[in-house]
Design a protein around this ligand. Structure first.
Ligand code: ARG
Length: 460
């Protein structure tokens, strides 16, 4: 029992199955850097308030630096009996520097320690995800000039609706990703609060200086309630939620491009380096990366669900259940990070099939709404104009032609006030050009937005 940090009160050894069941080292080892960073700051604070000497602090720092190297060079041995990353590092420290190492855990519990480690990890992970979101935004914006003159059918109910400029599509994703970035920034403010000093749950009778630790770890705030600090995992769940919405956005985009890359659509050609083949059908070039971006969204949603259920009904303060927070959180982070890393080159590298898009734009009467609005501008009530254009579309459908193929006589038959000017809004280019509201797909509006985005991304 001597080996266990908590072994004092026990006179029997732990069942091996219990060790295997309760360990977290298999997954919390990835917190080693945060654990050491937190311990260094804690030791420096202990020295500052006189709970350890400057020399002892130096030895602890030295020992921790060596342990860090060992872990990074894969020379560190991880053992299930030592439970978690905190015990591993502490026992390695004691093995290295003896009794001085036994002072590190002064005024600290693993409860506030793990909360601190996790906050440091989430904070760094937010920054990593944010940088990748920015890369993906750049990829979409980089397409805008290239595709400036391409008009795509816009859909509602997945039926052709109105024509839109391709850059308008790309910037729609930039806007969604921007809100994802804002959510992360907002979450980061609540993550960036120091729990250390809460100790097990009640604080400590020792004269610690929490502000000193907060400054050293660049936390913006100090948790004001020790019970809350030791039990709170909202910050991790918020991050998992922000990751889930990112995954949902990527999934929507992936679904769209999977459809666009089919022979049926033939709107887009994906870079071959991001496609895979079939083992039986030699002709296949499959969009597997996009499919897995869509597919892996399921596990990200599941992880969020796991976390929410995990904390449901936990009494204050720390409960071992909380150890289960890490795997879903790590998994969501890894999944979304990889998805973003693949999404950026894919988004930048795909080529639009202009000819095929143009061909499809011709059918579907995408200019019907603009025609209706043209009539409204001529004083015809909206409901009347709607019915009137509906009848004109019916006529075009029966004849198998476009609205612009109808003769002026046919338009006049529908309404005596109509004249040549109606042809100014017919056809996808004219329908797009006729737009003018803020945020619409009008070329001038889109260009303004493209410029705004370029400027914004240049600044970040
Ligand atoms: N491995 C634990 C976790 O992740 C560390 C905290 C354990 N604390 C305790 N009192 N057993 O939650």
């Amino acid at each position: 029992m001597a080996e266990k940090a908590w072994g004092g009160v026990f006179d029997q050894a732990t069942d091996k199955r219990v060790e295997a069941f309760t360990e977290s080292i298999s997954f919390d080892r990835r917190l080693y850097a945060q654990d050491i960073e937190g311990s260094v700051a804690h030791a420096q604070m202990l020295a500052k308030v006189g709970l350890i000497s400057a020399e002892e602090c130096h030895q602890i720092e030295q020992g921790l630096a060596e342990i860090r190297q060992e872990i990074e060079q894969d020379r560190f041995s991880f053992r299930t009996e030592l439970e978690d990353i905190h015990m591993h590092i502490e026992s390695a420290l004691v093995a290295r520097i003896g009794d001085v190492g036994r002072k590190l855990h002064t005024a600290r519990s693993r409860n506030d320690q793990v909360a601190t480690d996790l906050r440091l990890w989430v904070r760094a992970s937010i920054d990593q995800i944010d940088a990748r979101l920015l890369e993906l935004q750049r990829a979409f914006v980089s397409r805008c000039d290239r595709d400036a003159d391409v008009i795509l059918p816009g859909y509602t109910h997945f039926q052709r609706a109105q024509p839109v400029l391709a850059p308008h599509y790309w910037l729609a994703y930039c806007e969604k990703l921007e809100r994802d970035r804002q959510r992360l920034a907002d979450c980061r403010r609540r993550v960036n609060v120091l729990p250390l000093g809460a100790a097990a749950l009640a604080g400590t009778s020792l004269p610690i200086d929490r502000a000193e630790v907060a400054t050293r770890l660049t936390f913006e705030g100090i948790a004001a309630n020790s019970l809350d600090a030791a039990s709170d995992r909202d910050f991790a769940i918020e991050f998992a939620f922000a990751l889930t919405l990112i995954a949902e956005h990527l999934s929507t985009w992936a679904e769209e491009w999977i459809l666009w890359s089919t022979v049926e659509f033939n709107f887009i050609k994906l870079p071959q380096t991001f496609c895979t083949g079939s083992s039986i059908m030699p002709q296949k070039i499959n969009p597997d990366v996009l499919e897995l971006i869509r597919g892996k969204t399921a596990r990200v949603v599941g992880n969020l669900q796991s976390l929410l259920v995990l904390v449901k009904g936990l009494p204050l303060a720390y409960n071992r259940d909380l150890q289960e927070d890490k795997e879903p959180l790590f998994d969501s982070f890894d999944t979304v990070r990889m998805a973003l890393e693949l999404a950026a080159p894919l988004a930048a590298g795909a080529e639009l099939n202009r000819a095929s898009i143009l061909e499809r734009l011709d059918r579907g009467h995408l200019d019907a709404t603009t025609l209706m609005e043209h009539l409204i501008r001529r004083g015809i009530p909206q409901r009347t104009a709607h019915g009137l254009v509906g009848r004109l579309v019916r006529k075009a459908l029966d004849r198998g032609c476009r609205l612009s193929d109808l003769t002026l006589d046919e338009f006049r038959e529908a309404h005596p006030d109509l004249d040549e000017s109606i042809y100014q809004v017919l056809g996808p280019e004219k329908a797009v050009a006729a737009m003018q509201s803020y945020g619409s797909t009008a070329p001038a509006q889109v260009q303004e937005q493209v410029e705004r985005w370029k400027k914004r991304l240049d600044e970040s």
